[in-house]
Design a protein around this ligand. Sequence first.
Ligand SMILES: [Zn+2]
Length: 461
Amino acid sequence: MSLLIKNGQIITAEKDFFADVYIKNEKVNLIEQNLDRDAQDIIDAKGKYVIPGGIDVHTHLDMPYGEITSSDDFETGTIAASFGGTTSIIDFATQSKGKSLQDAFNIWQKKAKGKAVIDYGFHMIITELPDSQLAEMDELINNGITSFKMFMAYPDRLMLDDNTIFKAMKQAQKNGSLILIHAENGIEIDEIVKNALAEGKTAPIFHALTRPAETEGEAVERSIELAEKSGCSLYIVHLSTNDGLEKISEARKKGFPVFAETCPQYLFLSLEDMNNQNFEDAKLIFTPPVREKWHQQKLWEGLINNQLQVVATDHCPFCFNGQKDLGKNDFTKIPSGGPGIENRMQLLFEGGVNGRRFSINRWVDLTSTTPAKLFGMYPKKGTIEIGSDADIVIWDPNKMHTISSETHHMNVDYSLYEGMKIQGSAETVISRGEIIISNNKFIGEVGRGRFIKRKKGNYNF
Ligand SMILES: [Zn+2]
């Protein structure tokens, strides 16, 4: 199979130039001006950007949550991702207590196989770690899982104590993997939640009000301390506050390999978007919660100054009707998570590039290149170079799009950004040399996505 992209403006994290791209056997074969090659397909990208496909390193597809599961599976979720210009994801496999890490890997492989339409990898969530299981971390690295996530929140389900986290960090220091932390002080939050419920505070907004910003700041600081002592590299997922950001900045100034992602919901939504006693607020329930609006500006500055290195989605959708309403009378019963996999590239383009906060190269860096580097996929993914996978998006910077649940492809009955107008959208999406989105249609084959056997990441930048 061969494909020629003519007349486009190629944008990578470092470069910006006009050239044609010739693709053969799933990979970028040639990048030159005025390329003349026979190809099965020719795309004229005049006036468009040619960018590496987006990489969303934080998704929860087909994720069990009590009796229900997140509403997108690997088919609907990855189709929606591809519409938005994302061509790789890393989802989270969760260890069941009493079972091996490999067991969770097998379960998640089955969920994705035959369904995913773009390439996918997994992080492993550790929920317990007796010494006898430490070697399982090393084994998983050989199988292409090179990042491990642990929770400082949810004491009754997922939280690990600091000793266990430290033990895993020491193992990561030895085996060269990356430790991901959900940084919220779960013990403190549970106490605040208990008191709120006792006072009859059951409306959705109390989900946000019972998880104060300081509980993120404290957990970020604690996880950095543990990481520094163990010598491992650390990545904070879904950072939502200035409290946490300040701790990350301090550690990075000292030269420690500490990284963090934020998500569009923390850049575009805030506590002010909640209506207080209205159950519609349940749509905005995810963890960490929306924050006071002033944090947004700080997070944007973090992206500009490279205190934050990645924007991922934490895509974990639940339908408003039939899922979110399980918590009609008690916010703690509302499934926590929101949709976003389809809109990440657009939102960052609108807020970052159109909003003149950062360059188009930085946009590519935050949404594709740095994720590829940190998670061991570079330069196979995350750039356009000879020999890299032909995961390429033809981005039309002038295409107008209005975000709406009426037209989105995610399997969820609302949008967090309903009615928002964006200038700039993916026009043609190519995954390993194959056009999968064209003329606003998905034309790929269901199940064509492949598991990405990741290498160890690069943590030296
Ligand atoms: Zn998550």
